[in-house]
Design a protein around this ligand. Sequence first.
Ligand SMILES: Cc1ncc(COP(=O)(O)O)c(C=O)c1O
Length: 352
Amino acid sequence: MAREFGLDPNGVLKLASNENAMGPSPKAVEAAAQAMRHAHLYPDGSAIALREKLAEVRGLKPEQIFVGTGSNEVMVLLAQAFAGPGDEIIFGEYAFIVYKLAALLFGAKPVSVPMPGLAHDLDAMADAVTDRTRIIFMPCPNNPTGTVVDPDDLKSFIRQLPEHVIFCFDEAYAEYLDEPADLRPLIDEGYKVFCTRTFSKIYGLASLRVGYGYGDPELIKLLNQVRQPFNSTGIGQAAALAALDDHAFVTRSRESNRAGLKQLTEGFKRLGLDCPPSEANFVLMAVADSRKVFELLEARGIIVRPLHGYGLSEYLRVTVGTEEENTRLLGALEELLAGPDAASLKGESERR
Ligand SMILES: Cc1ncc(COP(=O)(O)O)c(C=O)c1O
């Protein structure tokens, strides 16, 4: 992009993939550097140290935990293990695209359920369940809408699901919430609940590809049968272990995100751009012509995420940056609004 627009590569601002604006946890960086000394050795394929640490931190048992190449891999393996041709996988129409891709990958039918007001509709999802349903995927907060589901409503929803359905709760952004829904009691009660988390977001380790899932040990055994022997790296495991101890970094990241969300939300509103509330580390911004605005920002070295693939062509998704980065984005938008392309931002678009 820098080459295309004749920009300094260091000046490109990427607010497109919901990464942590604070960078990686410094403790994790140090641990990864140390682990590089053993880079010639294969890693511990079953990630025992990391699973034991996660068990301690999260109040789980190591045998309830499965570590993968990002939570993306964990969810794809879940689909591989439990769904195939003739089966159905349910998800919300504006939910994270990987659920649909996972269904298609293994020949299962993707069942997309409407999300009025950009939020998951639990009644509609319950109505979509059939004898062929194998998995329901639900992220909270959802990417790309930033919406959350009420924890009590969610628990009631799960309690009425038939036994042949696995409910997969994707908690990639849970650490950004003050009180994320806690489904561990339902796992203990024997409900078919499987949760996924990641080190890619608040822990700032997206490039190291470490995520995990937790649920019933029997389900974890099946996932272990379909994974590759060394599906997470030693460097990633070491960094993730250290990141779990870096409480100050997590707190700093959460606080910075909260301030950044406020800065962006208020900034968009001040510019007259509609912006649905978000609880994650990104936010939607409604514009009249999202392709055009994407290109105009790109030409200024700022990358945001267009959402045509989600059927949300009237929005751009913006990852929360540092205060300085957010200011740069808002400044660029203000400049656009004052110029000849203002109509691409604030037209008579159909708003939700
Ligand atoms: C809702 C959601 N789940 C899962 C992921 C996958 O994250 P990773 O594979 O890096 O753990 C993402 C990444 O953006 C996401 O937005």
